[in-house]
Every structure is written in structure tokens, then in C-alpha cells.
Design a binder for this molecule. Sequence first.
Ligand SMILES: Cc1ncc(COP(=O)(O)O)c(C=O)c1O
Length: 430
Amino acid sequence: MFDKELVEKIREAFPRAEKDFNGRERAFFDNGTGTLVVKRAAEAEAEARINCSANIGGVFNESKQAEAIIKAGREDIADFINAPSSETIISGESATSLVFNISYALGKDLTGKENIVTTNYEHYTNVSPWEELVERGKIKEVRYAKLNMGDGTIDLDHLDELIDENTKIVAVTAASNMLGTKSPLKIICKMARKVGAYFFVDAVHQIVHGLVDVQALDCDFLVFSAYKLFSSHGSFLYGKKELLETLKPFKVKTAPTSVPGKFEWGTRNQAMFAAITGVMEHFQWIAKEVQDKYEGRFMEYEGRRRELRIAMDAIEQNEKGLSKAVLIGFDGVPGLLKIPEVTVYGITGLERLDERVPTFSFEVEGIEGEEVARRLWEEGNIAARSGHFYSLAQDVHNKQKVVRISLVQYNTLEEVRTFLIVLKKICTDK
Ligand SMILES: Cc1ncc(COP(=O)(O)O)c(C=O)c1O
């Protein structure tokens, strides 16, 4: 795990890691819904708004600078996810709008006979755009791979059975936003490739927790949202260049005909690109803090690409420590698995922490989720949330009101400890 000193420095990089805007000290555990903003991103965003609010395409300074900010932001993202070039990065209002955008474009070439294969633990963003294609007669059906009872992982045999010669797209989340389970993307990609289907990855939940490498994955599309990555609202979609070039998105006639512009609806928000550059600088700073431990590693990457890989790997390792603490507790404080009234969904084995991110959904016997979230806040200053997280897994298993906590780099063992103590108290004083 990160040493205490580094955790403190990381917390200093987030203006609201310690206290909310009212000065209330609290542990922010609602990161799965949206993370806190990193200072560099907020400052860069504000600066871009003030200094470069003009639209691109002009001959004057503000306009040229806005263009430079957008170009730099795209390059940063390409480095972050190891995309071959910045032209493969499309920006949009949200992941939802980007998936719809791609689904409309793909739909133009479909005949009504095809199917799309996905899983029972997708966010509805990776469900409804495909179901729309069924409603509009563009494909025959969307097929859903079952989850294994017990650990909630995807039943890969079932997924493989669902894929046939009519499968056009295999669309899977990189990590379930309810269960925290990571999908075995490389295995699933191979299944898609056997029949020549496109492989679409929803990385919205996973992006903040570890490495993403679109070339190593060989995915055709990958989407993520900046507000889940310490930045502003707005999202990014990677697509293989040859695919983006051939697809015909819905666009206004006068908009660019080349990538990425042809996929981008309306003018860009330069402040959003400035903010994501701020996030990348933060990750580069983390890489410098931990670089001693990475001598000789990730040598196949150069410069910033290597630094971003180092940072994300270090973050992933740190988060495994947080997951372990949540599950089994520490310093004599019982973890979720040791509180008899608590049922945790998803992978709980300590030997399997590589297969999950630190997102935990749970229920407390005899207490409604809303009540648990309210008491965590009122009695423990823990910002958690209960309810429906747009996860299909919740509907399939009729779990409409789970409590969810989701931890990231600025969360501490001390916060986990407070959370566990308060939760135990809530369970005992029912
Ligand atoms: C896995 C996953 N996919 C997609 C989304 C939707 O993202 P956006 O709000 O950017 O449309 C979310 C949001 O919670 C998510 O967790």
C-alpha cells in the first residue's frame, strides 16, 4: 500500500478529501457515483474558462489556445489508455451519449438479423442503446450472459454459448459498478473475435482503479467518463481508427467528415480537456513519487505513457490493501465479512483481490439500505449511498436498495476503520 506520507500528500491534492464545503470532516465513499475533483483539474478548468472561452477556429489568441488545449487533452488521453493516436479519442457529454452515438452509427449497417451479446451486470448505459436497436428493427435481440451464483462473476461458458455467427457486437463492462467485479476482458475479446464481432468495453467504473490499455486489449471501442476520474463532467470514447473512419455517425452536414470531429455533436468544451490534462499531471506526479519501486518495469512504454502506467499500477496495488481492510477489518475491528448481519455481494476471497476493485455493495439484515446510508452519514460522517445504481445486476437479482461504498486513492485505512466501527454499531443497535 502507499505509505502514510504519500496518502497525506495525495489528500492534499484533493481540496475536499478531508472536509466538505461546510467544513464537515467526512470520509467520501461515494466515488462510484462520481469522484472528488483533483485541484490541478479544477484549476486548469477554471483557467481555460477564463482565458480561452472563445470558440475554436479563429485567428485570435483565445481561439488558438482553446484549440491547443483540446489537442493536448486528446493526446493525454491517448497516452493514458495507450491508444495509437489522439484522433481515435472522441469526446461527448457523457458515456451514455457516446454509447448511443456509436449505436446509431453501427445501426446504419445492420439488417435486423444480428444480435448483440452482453452480461447481466452491465450499467444500463451498456444495455439500453443496444435494446433501442432491437426496437428499431436493426438487430434481432440482445443476449445476456448469466452471472455465477455466489461470487457474481460472469458465467463465461454461457457468454461463449450466446455468441454465434450473427453476433455483431460483444459489449461488456470492465468492472461492475454494483459488485466491483472486473471482467476478464482479454478472454471475452477472443470470444468476440472468433465470429468477427466488435468488442465494446464500458470502462466507466474501472477507469479510476487501474490500468487500461486499448491496444493490449484489442478492443474496438472503449468508453469512460471524466467525472469518475477526478475531473469535470464529460466523457471520452476510444475507437479503432479504421472503424471510426468507415462508420457513418449521425451528424450535421457541415460538421467535419474526418475523425474524431465527425462523431462530435456540436462544439467542444475546451475546459473539459484542460481538466483532464490536470488529472494526467496528477498521475504523473504520483508516478514520480513511486518510481523507485518500478525500476525496470513497463520498459516497453516511453515517457508519459510509462509514467501513467506506473501510476495506475501503484494505485491498483494500494486499492487492494483498502479492499482487504474493508473485507476482513484490521487492528481488531471486524470487516464486512465478520459482521454477521451484513451480506456482501461479489468476490470476497482475499486471494482474489486482483479480480475486483474496491467497490462493495451490501445489505444489513433487518435495516433498509436508505436507513443504513443515513446513519453512516449522521453517526459516522461516512458519505455512502443506497439505492439503484442503474445496474442490471440489481434488477436481475431483485436487489433494489443495496448500500454501496466505493474507495479510491484518497481514502485511508483510518476512514475504513471508522466506517466499520459505525456499521457494526448500526447492526448491533437496531
Ligand atoms: C459502469 C458504468 N457505465 C456507464 C455509466 C454512465 O456514465 P455517464 O453518466 O457518463 O453516462 C456509469 C455511471 O455510473 C457506470 O458506472
